[in-house]
Design a protein around this ligand. Structure first.
Ligand code: AGP
Length: 613
C-alpha cells in the first residue's frame, strides 16, 4: 500500500527521495513526507494530499543532507493530514520511522507508552513504532538493537525503515510478515532501500530482498542482514532486468493508456523463449514439473484477488479443458480462513502481479502448510509470491504503474494457456494435433491485440453513451464470463460508475428485473460456443428497452443489427478470445473515466499493492 524510499550516500538525499516517491506514488497517494539528516538533526517535511504538495513544501523549506527516508501514504490509522503523514518521529525528534502495514496491537502499545509518560503527536499506529524504538534505545542501546526489539513487539505485518540522528551513518530496515517488500539497492558508494523496485531503477539494478522476520543494517558501502532473533542471513544481490523507462509515461497522458497499448509487446514477451510454434511445444522450466508430477495432480485451485482472480477464472476453464484436471477458483481472502481441504495431490496456483498482496500470500502460506504443490504467476521477479512457491511463471510485462491493472491481466491469461497446454501434454490429455493447432494460433495473438488497439477511436460513441450513467451490467458466458467481471471492475474502479457483472445465463434468475431504458448492458458476444445464447440474451435485453453495447466478431452481421453499439474484434478461438475481448473494455473504461474527469492512474481509495488485510 504505502511507498517507502531511503537513501544513504554522498549525494543530496532530498531530490533522490522525492524522485523515488514520484515513482511509488501509485502505491498510495493521500499524503507524503521525507526526513533528512541535516546538521546533526533530522528535518521532516510532510504534507497531506498528492506528492506535488510535498514537493512545494520542500521547495519552500529546503532540506539538505546525505541520509534520508521518504514515504507516500495510503491511510489506515488516522485521516490523511499533515500530522498523520509519515515520517513519524519519536518524542526526542532523533529517531524517525516510515512504515508500511498495520500495527494490530497499536492500542495496547500506545497505552503502555502513555503509562511511561510518552505523548503522541499523531493518530497513527506508526508513531508507536518510533516511540517504542526511542524507549528501547535508552541507555546507549544501538539503533539496530532497539529496532529489533521494537519490531519484536509488533503484531501484524510490516515493512519499516528507520534513521537516527544519534547514528547518522546507517539506515535500519525490517520486514515482518507480508506487508509488502523491503528491497535494498546497491549503488557505487551509496545504498538505497525501497518498498518497490521502480523507485530504485534509475540508480541500480542490483537488489536484495528482505524476507519476513529479517532486519538489515544499511550503510554507504554495503548491508548486512540478520533474522530478528539474531542469526546472520546470506542475502545476495540479484540483478533485475526491468528498465527505468518502462516506469515512465512517455507520450501517453496516463500510465493506464500506455499499459493498455503495451500489451502487444508484453504478450510477445510472455511467450518469448517458452513456445515452439512449429512443434506445438511449451517450455516452462521455472514451474519445475515433469510428467510424473503432472500426472499426480488430482485437483487445481487457483487463488487470487481482484483482477488476478478474473484471470484465475479464465485459467480454470483452460486447465479443465486442455489438461482435464478439475479446477476451482478461490478468492484468496476467503480461502485463507476457510480451512480448505488440501493435500499433496492438489496444485494451488496463486496469481498476483505485485506478488505481495497480503491475502494472496496468506492463501499461499495456507496451501504450503497443508502440503499442496504451490505455484505462483507473478509480475514482480523477486517478490514474496515468487519466492514462496515451489515453482513460478513470470508475466514478463515490465512494471505496471496504473492502479487499474491491464497488461498484468492479459499476461497471466497467456501464462495459464501455456500451463494448460503443458499439463495437457504431460498428462497425455491433449491430442498432439489439437495442441499444435492451439499453439499455432497463439503466435497471432499479439498482432490481433494490436488490431483491437487500432480501433480505439471507435469506442468514442459507447464511451459518450456511458459517461453519465449511474449503473450498468456486464454479461458474458463461457470463457468470456470472467471478462464481464473484469470489464465491470475496470469501469467501477476508475470511473466510479456502479457496474455489475453476471454470467449471462443468470439474468433470467433475477437480475433481468433491473433492465430498463436506464440500465445499459455491455455484452460479450464473440463467435464462440456460447454465441447463440448471448444473442438471445441481447434480444431479451432489447425487448425491455435496455441499451446494449456488444463486443462481437468481425464479419458478424446479426449482433450489429440488434444492438446500439457493436464493437467488433478479430476472429479467434474461444480459448484465446478473452485476451482480445478485454481490450475494448479496458479502453472503454479508460475513455469513460477521462470523459468524467476522473484521476485515471490514481483512483480514489485504491492503491496498487494491497499489502494489508
Ligand atoms: C486491479 O485493477 C485492481 N486494482 C486490483 O483488483 C488488483 O488486481 C488486486 O488488488 C490484486 O493485486 P495483485 O495482482 O497485485 O495481487
Amino acid at each position: 500500500m504505502c511507498g517507502i524510499v531511503a537513501y544513504i550516500g554522498p549525494r543530496d538525499a532530498a531530490p533522490i527521495l522525492l524522485d523515488g516517491l514520484r515513482r511509488l506514488e501509485y502505491r498510495g497517494y493521500d499524503s507524503a513526507g521525507i526526513a533528512v539528516l541535516q546538521g546533526g538533526k533530522i528535518a521532516v517535511r510532510r504534507k497531506a494530499g498528492k506528492l506535488a504538495n510535498l514537493v512545494r513544501a520542500v521547495q519552500a523549506h529546503p532540506v539538505h543532507g546525505e541520509v534520508g527516508i521518504g514515504h507516500t501514504r495510503w491511510a489506515t490509522h488516522g485521516e490523511p493530514s499533515d500530522r498523520n503523514a509519515h515520517p513519524h518521529a519519536s518524542s526526542s525528534g532523533e529517531i524517525v520511522v516510515v512504515h508500511n502495514g498495520i500495527v494490530e496491537n497499536f492500542l495496547e502499545l500506545r497505552e503502555e507508552l502513555a503509562d511511561e509518560g510518552v505523548t503522541f503527536a499523531s493518530d497513527t499506529d506508526t508513531e508507536v513504532i518510533a516511540q517504542l524504538i526511542e524507549l528501547y534505545a535508552g541507555g546507549g542501546t544501538p539503533l539496530f538493537e532497539a529496532v529489533r526489539r521494537a519490531v519484536g513487539r509488533l503484531r501484524g505485518a510490516h515493512g519499516i525503515v528507520v534513521i537516527s540522528a544519534r547514528e547518522p551513518d546507517r539506515i535500519v530496515a525490517a520486514r515482518l510478515g507480508n506487508a509488502g517488500g523491503v528491497t535494498i539497492g546497491a549503488g557505487e558508494g551509496e545504498m538505497f532501500v525501497a518498498s518497490d523496485m521502480p523507485a530504485l531503477l534509475d540508480h541500480t539494478r542490483r537488489m536484495a530482498f528482505l524476507e519476513s522476520g529479517q532486519i538489515a543494517l544499511v550503510t554507504r558501502t554495503g548491508y548486512s542482514v540478520e533474522t530478528l532473533d539474531g542469526k546472520p542471513v546470506e542475502s545476495a544481490l540479484q540483478t533485475v532486468d526491468w528498465d527505468a523507462t518502462a516506469a515512465e509515461k512517455g507520450n501517453y497522458p496516463h500510465f493506464m493508456l500506455k499499459e493498455i497499448h503495451e500489451q502487444v509487446r508484453s504478450l510477445g514477451d510472455t511467450m518469448a523463449g517458452r513456445v515452439d510454434f512449429e512443434q506445438g511445444e511449451v517450455f516452462l522450466p521455472t514451474l519445475k514439473i515433469d510428467s510424473a508430477a503432472a500426472r499426480r495432480i488430482r485437483r487445481v485451485i487457483l487463488t487470487a484477488c481482484g483482477t488476478a482472480s478474473h484471470a484465475a477464472m479464465v485459467g480454470r476453464i483452460l486447465i479443465e479443458r486442455l489438461a482435464r484436471i478439475p479446477a476451482e477458483v478461490d478468492i484468496a481472502s476467503e480461502f485463507r480462513y476457510r480451512d480448505p481441504i488440501l493435500d499433496d495431490r492438489t496444485a494451488v496456483i496463486a496469481i498476483s502481479q505485485s506478488g505481495e498482496t497480503a491475502d494472496t500470500l496468506a492463501a499461499m502460506e495456507e496451501a504450503k502448510r497443508k502440503g499442496a504443490l504451490l505455484w505462483s504467476i507473478v509480475n514482480v521477479v523477486g517478490s514474496q509470491a515468487m519466492r514462496m512457491a515451489d515453482g513460478y511463471l513470470s508475466m514478463q510485462t515490465g512494471p505496471e504503474i496504473g492502479v487499474a491493472s491491464t497488461k498484468a491481466f492479459t499476461a497471466p491469461l497467456v501464462d495459464l494457456f501455456l500451463l494448460g497446454i503443458l499439463l495437457g501434454r504431460l498428462r497425455g490429455t491433449l491430442p498432439a494435433a489439437e495442441r499444435r493447432k492451439r499453439v499455432a494460433e497463439l503466435r497471432r495473438l499479439p498482432g490481433l491485440v494490436g488490431e483491437c488497439l487500432a480501433r480505439e477511436a471507435s469506442l468514442a460513441g459507447p464511451a459518450a453513451a456511458l459517461k453519465d450513467v449511474t449503473h450498468c451490467l456486464y454479461l458474458g458466458r463461457g470463457s468470456n464470463m470472467p471478462i464481464a467481471y473484469e470489464g465491470a471492475l475496470k469501469l467501477k474502479e476508475i470511473s466510479y460508475i456502479h457496474a455489475e457483472a453476471y454470467p449471462a445465463g443468470e439474468m433470467k434468475h433475477g437480475p433481468i428485473a433491473l433492465v430498463d431504458k436506464s440500465m445499459p448492458v455491455i455484452a460479450l458476444a464473440p463467435r464462440d460456443p456460447w454465441y447463440e445464447k448471448m444473442l438471445s440474451q441481447i434480444e431479451q435485453t432489447k425487448a425491455r428497452g435496455g441499451m446494449v453495447i456488444a463486443v462481437c466478431t468481425d464479419g458478424d452481421d446479426r449482433i450489429p443489427a440488434k444492438v446500439d453499439y457493436a464493437i467488433p474484434i478479430p476472429d479467434v478461438s474461444w480459448t484465446l478470445s478473452p485476451v482480445l475481448t478485454i481490450i475494448p473494455l479496458q479502453l472503454l473504461a479508460y475513455q469513460v473515466a477521462v470523459l468524467r474527469g476522473c484521476d485515471v492512474d490514481q483512483p480514489r481509495n485504491l492503491a496498487k499493492s494491497v499489502t494489508v488485510e
